[in-house]
Design a protein around this ligand. Structure first.
Ligand SMILES: Cc1ncc(COP(=O)(O)O)c(C=O)c1O
Length: 369
């Protein structure tokens, strides 16, 4: 099905049956962690909290975190543990291990690596750190990777823990999958029968807004307000929560192969049609076999990214920014990260859209002058 000319592209998943991509077969997740442990929670924040609580009960130990990641969601979680965070400045999307190794000292307990956009997994970097410091725990934050779809196995020689956010890839109100080398204790986890409700309401209102034209703006506003409440609650949540029954049930029926195929094909379509655009650089043009992208990340040059984003909003096209740092502006952010925070944008390629839909985005970007 193709969208009308003005229909919304991007934004979080509206609760729409056509976005589910279901198979008629119920799947089990027996092999998802290839004989390691796996757990489902409501969000990556909960996964991270469970991991950090299991790593240390001693106060004053340190976790190294990258300057380019979702600091707004990660730092509040770390502050609720016994660990202190120390920032390292990344130098490229494939981080040089030396940058991290230089920062490791006798207090370093954990290194957090970020897997960027399903395109840069940091596996080589993890290998190098683990070979030099076998006692340092390595967490791979794959919140915006889709290892779930990739069938990428969990290499516990180098990675101790890895988590992803399921609702960034699928039409689900919540969900995170955690893979771990160790059996984790998580007695303090609560059921999530209420906190995901705001996100579910947000996606239902977004669906209504796309179906009932007379109330499009009202329902969209309502949806945004539910979504903001959901995010605020998630940040204030002090104890980890389980995945909701609703998300877990839908997840078992999702057609991962189909979703993967559409994402890759939309990505390649955008690259083919935008590679000569003089206003931005495409961060990775050629997908590796195991990549399944979240978005097509581009970096604007000679033009204000925020102005372009605003003009796209006016076309009803919503592209995300990675990552705002409004509350952490005073942290020691390096030049590489600063540049990405200011100039990068994620172009939409997800499974809700086909080439015809995305032609609107392509035409807009190619007509800019
Ligand atoms: C890299 C990264 N890590 C962690 C998170 C937190 O994920 P969640 O919203 O599932 O808690 C995000 C959220 O955007 C993220 O981008």
């Amino acid at each position: 099905m193709t969208l009308d000319d003005r229909e919304r592209i991007g934004g979080f998943f509206e609760f729409d049956l056509k976005n589910f991509f279901l198979t008629g077969k119920k799947q089990t997740f027996k092999n998802i962690s290839n004989n390691n442990y796996h757990y489902f929670f409501d969000s990556s924040r909960s996964s991270l909290k469970v991991i950090l609580d299991n790593i240390t009960k001693t106060k004053g130990r340190e976790i190294l975190i990258p300057d380019y990641t979702c600091l707004e969601s990660i730092i509040p979680v770390i502050k609720r543990t016994n660990l202190n965070y120390v920032i390292y400045n990344i130098d490229s999307f494939n981080i040089s291990p030396d940058i991290i190794i230089k920062k490791i000292n006798e207090n370093t307990e954990v290194v957090l690596l970020c897997n960027y956009f399903g395109l840069f997994t940091q596996l080589e970097c993890a290998k190098s750190i683990k070979n030099n410091f076998p006692n340092v725990q390595i967490i791979l934050d794959s919140a915006i990777d889709s290892y779930f779809l990739l069938d990428r196995t969990f290499d516990n020689n180098f990675i101790d823990y890895e988590f992803t956010s399921l609702n960034k890839f699928f039409c689900l109100p919540d969900g995170s999958l955690l893979r771990s080398k160790y059996n984790l204790n998580y007695d303090n986890v609560e059921d999530n029968q209420l906190s995901y409700e705001n996100n579910l309401m947000a996606s239902i209102f977004m669906f209504l807004s796309s179906k009932i034209k007379d109330f499009e703006k009202v329902f969209e506003q309502e949806s945004i307000s539910f979504y903001e409440t959901y995010k605020k609650k998630l940040n204030r949540q002090t104890t980890p929560k389980n995945i909701s029954t609703l998300s877990k049930s839908i997840l078992q029926y999702l057609n991962f192969q189909k979703i993967k195929k559409i994402r890759k094909s939309n990505y390649n379509f955008l690259v083919e049609n935008l590679e000569n655009n003089k206003f931005f650089k495409i961060i990775k043009k050629k997908l590796d076999k195991s990549d399944v992208p979240l978005v097509l990340p581009v970096e604007f040059i000679n033009i204000d990214r925020n102005e372009v984003r605003k003009s796209l909003f006016e076309q009803n096209i919503f592209c995300p920014v990675y990552w705002p740092i409004d509350n952490y502006i005073n942290l020691p952010i390096g030049e590489f990260a600063k540049n990405k925070i200011k100039n990068s944008l994620g172009l939409i390629i997800d499974q809700r859209y086909n080439e015809k839909d995305l032609t609107r985005l392509v035409n807009f970007l190619n007509r800019m002058s």
